[in-house]
Ligand binder design. Structure first.
Ligand SMILES: Nc1ncnc2c1ncn2[C@@H]1O[C@H](COP(=O)(O)OP(=O)(O)O)[C@@H](O)[C@H]1O
Ligand SMILES: [Mg+2]
Length: 251
């Protein structure tokens, strides 16, 4: 089992979108046993990306030892397994201790991949997530403020001793003013392992509460998420030409 954290130095860059789509691609395309965990205690929303509005049993309940972890795992319409912190707006201000989180996740032995979404930045919540992960993916955008904060995140991960698997560059428009992948590689001293385009199908899929990988499987963003999933499991992704043609004509 691998526990992969999806983190960022800055909010709104696409962590939750990445967790939902990487999870959907690993599960639906590559038939992997995947659990998605929303480890954002203050502003969780992974469930909403997957069509789940509320969780009766939550990660907080598990960490407070009210229920076993298996009872807080839900399946969405596509069969993707997810465990989340409470989406309720009136929950206790103080989140539960995460000292047992790693043990809890490691106990869920039937999964090959556990992807953990996190709060943005390098606050206490994120640090506690970094500590439970075997590796992290750092999501960023091709903009200087995002990259500056990515650098801080990578340094924090290094200090904690969690390896950075790679940087995911999201919302790429391919404009001349954007820093190039090689520049970002060099600045971050970590490989950019995915370049996900800024794609209106991602926004449509969030509105449809269904990851773009499933909602518009041949859209440019979906293809890049599928390539990333294939890379993680050590496979090569082959672009399906007819799928691209169908997408072009919107069949
Ligand atoms: N590849 C993309 N193309 C277009 N819009 C995107 C893309 N990825 C994310 N977004 C937009 O950015 C918003 C924030 O993404 P989200 O995954 O919630 O970020 P984070 O979890 O890092 O805060 C989404 O609601 C969506 O509108
Ligand atoms: Mg998020």
């Amino acid at each position: 089992m691998k526990i992969i954290g999806v983190v960022s130095g800055k909010g709104g860059v696409g962590k939750t979108t990445t967790v939902a789509n990487l999870g959907a691609a690993l599960f639906s395309e590559l038939n992997r046993r995947v659990l998605l965990v929303d480890g954002n205690f203050s502003t969780p929303d992974l469930g909403l990306h997957l069509g789940i509005y509320s969780f009766s049993n939550t990660l907080e309940d598990v960490l407070r030892k009210k229920i076993p972890a298996a009872e807080a795992i839900y399946s969405n319409n596509s069969g993707i397994n997810v465990m989340s912190t409470s989406l309720s707006t009136d929950k206790p201000k103080r989140p539960p201790s995460t000292v047992n989180l790693k043990k809890v996740l490691q106990g869920l032995k039937k999964y090959e991949w556990i992807l953990v979404d996190s709060a943005p930045g390098i606050g206490k919540d994120t640090i506690s997530i970094l500590k439970v992960c075997d590796e992290v993916l750092v999501v960023t955008n091709p903009e200087l403020p995002a990259i500056n904060n990515t650098l801080k995140m990578i340094k924090t991960a290094e200090t904690i001793g969690v390896p950075v698997k790679g940087v995911i560059l999201n919302k790429v428009r391919g404009r001349g003013y954007e820093p190039s992948i090689s520049e970002i590689d060099a600045v971050c001293n970590a490989p950019v392992i995915a370049s996900i385009p800024d794609d209106v199908e991602v926004i449509r899929s969030i509105s449809d509460m269904n990851p773009v990988v499933l909602n518009a499987p041949n859209s440019p963003a979906a293809i890049e998420f599928k390539k990333l999933a294939a890379h993680l499991v050590g496979k090569e992704y082959k672009v399906e030409l007819w799928g691209r043609v169908r997408q072009f004509f919107r069949f």
